[in-house]
Structures are given as C-alpha cells and as structure tokens.
Design a protein around this ligand. Structure first.
Ligand SMILES: [Zn+2]
Ligand SMILES: [Zn+2]
Length: 361
C-alpha cells in the first residue's frame, strides 16, 4: 500500500541529499494546498522527505523499507513512539525557509523554524556495536554505557520542583501555541508557533525543578541494555525506540540507532543466510565414503562423505546456516571438500601408498 519514497519524490535511489532536498522543495511548492494543490499528495511528499531527507532514517528505509516506519506513511494518525509518526517528525524547517512554519501549522507538529527549540521529543542517538561471528549467529544481549541526556530523577523529567503547583501558562493561556502572521513566498499566513514560555505544554510549574533547572533532563552516564536478534548481518541497523536522548520538560525520548558490525571468522564465510567453509578429508574417505566431524558455526557436526567424492565437491548441510532474521528457518552450510594429501606420511602410510601406486591409484 505504501508507495516507494523515492518514487514519491521522483528521485533515483542514488540521489544525494541535496538532490532530495531540491526535489522535495519543488514538489512541496507545486502541491501546496493553499495554492490549489492536492493535500493528500502534499502530505505524502512530506512524509517521504521525513525519511529520505534524513541520512540516518534514509539508510534504515533503504534496508528495511516501510516496515521500519510503522505508524508512518500510509497509516495516518499518530502511532506512539514506535515509528516515525507525525508526533515524532523531525522536519528540518531550515530546509524549507518560511514554508516550514506553514507546514508546521498545517500538520500540527511542534513549532516552526523561528519559534525556538523544538521540544516535541529528545534527540536520536547513534552507536556502533561490533559482534563476534558467533554472536551474530546466536543473538546476544549487549550493554553499553553512554553519556547522554536522561530524565531528571528529582522531577521525573517534568521539570517541576516536586510539590510545586502546575499553573496554566500565562503567555499562551494554556493553548501551547501562539499565533503569528508570517510572510511567505505565497503571501501572508497566520501561523501557530509553539509557545516558548511553556514549550508547548500549555501549562508550567510554578517552581522549576532545582536539580535540572526546569529542563527535566540531565547529562549522565546511562547504561542501556538491548538484545540483538540471532541472524543479524554486518551493516544492519537496529532501532531501539525511546532509548535516545531524554526529551525536555517531560516530552518523549528520542530513539537509539545501533549500527551492527560483525567480525570475521577465519573458518567461515557468510553468504546471505548460508555459511561456506572448506574441509580437508583423508583421501581414502573421499574414495570409499564415510563421515567426518567438521566445524559448523556454534559447534561441530558430522558430514556424510559419499564414496567417490571428488576434490572441490560442495556438500550441503541443511539447516546449519544462519537463522532467518525475519521469520522461521535457517540457511544451509555448504562445505567444499578437498582430499588431504599427507605432507609427511609415516612409514606405514608410505608403504600403503606404494601399494596403492602399484594398483594404479
Ligand atoms: Zn528536575
Ligand atoms: Zn505557553
């Protein structure tokens, strides 16, 4: 149902951020509802730009598609903190100039370019985590310590001194927004900007929290623990919703993006969900058939060698590959078999080999 964001903006997949920004501006101006454009198409273009205009979200989209943005494009309405919903929008108003304020007004998300800091949610945070090859196979729980904004413990993030009364904001009279007349390339618009006195809350504490100065957050060392699913690949990014920087004045936290790196293993190569390896098997086993215990990821397994196995034969061990990240099942392990030629055969081995030679083997 959801249309491809690149198609919506009419840019190729390889477009750079500048081209995406230009395409968005052009479409936004064309489709602007106040100029008789199509409001639904305008909203769609805007949603596409939310993602493609942000390098981080774009890379997530490139990897996981619309699935990474549940509650975003196509679903309408706010969807909590789980996806890039309308509440969580981080539009870059500077990209739009004055149009940004008009957009902000139209969709009711927090604040315009010139209304001071946007306080709708905390900032996203990005980290990189390196896993061993085995950890990417089994899945793992990681703990990281990050210096970041956390909700102030004294006021539970509200910014209000404990016990102080909450009063209606006198600047916006509880509306959370103040109206302004804004000159834009399309003429004068009345726009609503987030009230800077109460940060859009419509109410404010009579006394600000002493511990955090009313911000509701403090910079601290925070330990975050998260589980990484079995089967994850090098280069993938996990989104941990709500584990980013704490928001100001009790607004939701941002998200944490974990970029995954996976170390190599000298024995195995991963291809998709399959694993490739090479083994050296005694010549006699290759010729007569038998079995050999070989390394597979996470342990060992018996490989059946059919008689007459030639050098370079690839044998498949079904289900010994990586678990599928999405859905059930596992990949396979493909083993390339080579006969092991003894470098320094023992006296007895030499004798036997001479006999083989005599038999033309
Ligand atoms: Zn506080
Ligand atoms: Zn106010």
């Amino acid at each position: 149902m959801a249309r491809d964001y690149y198609d919506i903006l009419g840019v190729p997949k390889g477009a750079n951020q500048d081209e995406i920004k230009k395409a968005f501006r052009k479409k936004a101006h064309e489709l602007h509802p106040d100029k008789g454009g199509d409001a639904a198409a305008f909203k769609e273009v805007n949603e596409a730009y939310q993602v493609l205009g942000d390098a981080k979200k774009r890379s997530t989209y490139d990897q996981f598609g619309h699935a990474a943005f549940q509650g975003g494009a196509g679903s309408g309405g706010p969807g909590g903190f789980g996806g890039f919903d309308m509440n969580g929008m981080n539009i870059n108003f500077d990209d739009l100039g004055d149009l940004g304020d008009v957009l902000g007004n139209m969709f009711g998300f927090g604040g315009g370019r010139s209304s001071g800091s946007r306080s709708s949610r905390g900032a996203d945070k990005e980290i990189a985590v390196t896993l061993s090859f085995l950890e990417s196979f089994t899945g793992v729980t990681k703990q990281v310590s990050l210096r970041m904004h956390v909700a102030c413990a004294a006021c539970s993030g509200s910014g209000a001194e404990p016990g102080s009364k909450i009063a209606t904001c006198s600047t916006c009279h509880g509306q959370g927004r103040v109206m302004r007349v804004q000159q834009t390339p399309f003429g004068a618009f009345q726009t609503a900007a987030t009230c800077s006195a109460c940060h859009g809350q419509g109410k404010m504490p009579e006394k600000a929290c002493k511990a955090c100065g009313g911000e509701g957050k403090k910079v601290e060392e925070k330990t975050i623990s998260f589980s990484i699913p079995a089967g994850i690949s090098d280069g993938e990014t996990l989104k941990i919703s709500g584990s980013g920087e704490a928001g100001s004045h009790g607004t939701p936290a941002g998200d944490l993006y974990v970029h995954i790196r996976v170390s190599k293993d000298s024995r195995f190569v991963r291809e998709g969900n399959d694993v490739m390896s090479e083994v050296f098997i005694p010549y006699s086993t290759c010729a007569l058939g038998g079995s050999a215990t070989i390394d597979v990821v996470g342990g060992s397994a018996d490989l059946v060698i059919p008689s007459g196995t030639q050098s370079g034969t690839v044998l498949k061990m079904k289900g010994k590959g990586f678990p599928f990240l999405h859905g059930h099942g596992r990949g396979d392990h493909h083993v390339t078999v080579y006969p092991d030629v003894p470098v320094r055969p023992s006296k007895d081995q030499k004798k036997a080999l001479e006999e083989l030679k005599g038999l033309g083997l």
